[in-house]
Write a protein that binds this ligand. Structure first.
Ligand code: GAR
Length: 200
């Protein structure tokens, strides 16, 4: 059984979807730990309910990103984590974790990257009056939502689309897509991804 670590900062509906997929037998993995940078986040409640170990930290308690990432990296090594899954983790991953888990960190983002990276991708799509948006799962590099893309799924925006309706459509896709892609990556082996391979 492969071990994953989920990193989250907020409500944790994607974390919940991963927990539910494991419980339903659709994803063969163990969530070894939830890493959270927001002590009050609702995802912590979800982890408690699912009896999943947590590591919560406040970046302000550390001198630098390297310091807290070193501590996290040691914890992940101890727990023999195979794959890091970012699920609404609103912080850039630094060189310490990128080096330790090169090609083994994935993220989900609520837009068709490279469109609308960063915060509030759903609001950005609405403000731009985009006809299409969607969901992207990608490998993580040092940039903000910039790593090599693994899969994208599109959503058409209706004329009268609201933030609530678009969020609902996007989350429905995320909650199915992310567990399925995690299962695929764990099954076929998480290979070091290379831009050249993708271009061919
Ligand atoms: C998700 O929609 C995820 O795609 C997004 O945060 C939300 C977290 O929701 N991630 C990003 O915007 C990353 N740049 P959740 O806490 O309910 O899973």
């Amino acid at each position: 059984m492969k071990n994953i670590a989920v990193f989250a900062s907020g409500s944790g509906s994607n974390f919940q979807a991963i927990v539910d997929a494991i419980n339903a037998g659709g994803l063969s993995a163990t969530i070894s730990v939830l890493i959270c940078d927001q002590p009050g986040a609702y995802v912590m409640e979800r982890a408690r309910a699912a009896r999943i170990p947590t590591f919560v930290f406040n970046p302000k308690d550390y001198l630098s990103k390297a310091d807290y990432e070193e501590e996290i990296s040691m914890l992940l090594k101890k727990k023999q984590v195979d794959l890091i899954v970012l699920a609404g983790y609103m912080r850039l991953i630094g060189p310490t974790l990128l080096k330790a888990y090169e090609g083994r960190i994935v993220n989900i983002h609520p837009s068709l990257l490279p469109n609308f990276p960063g915060k509030d991708a759903i609001g950005q799509a609405l403000a731009a009056k985009a006809k299409w948006s969607g969901v992207t799962v990608h490998y993580v590099d040092e940039g903000m939502d910039t790593g090599p893309i693994i899969i994208q799924e599109r959503v058409r925006l209706a004329e009268n689309e609201t933030r609530e309706s678009l969020q609902k459509k996007i989350q429905a896709i995320e909650h199915k897509l992310y567990p399925a892609i995690i299962q695929m990556l764990l099954t076929v082996g998480v290979v070091k991804h290379d831009e050249k391979t993708r271009a061919n």
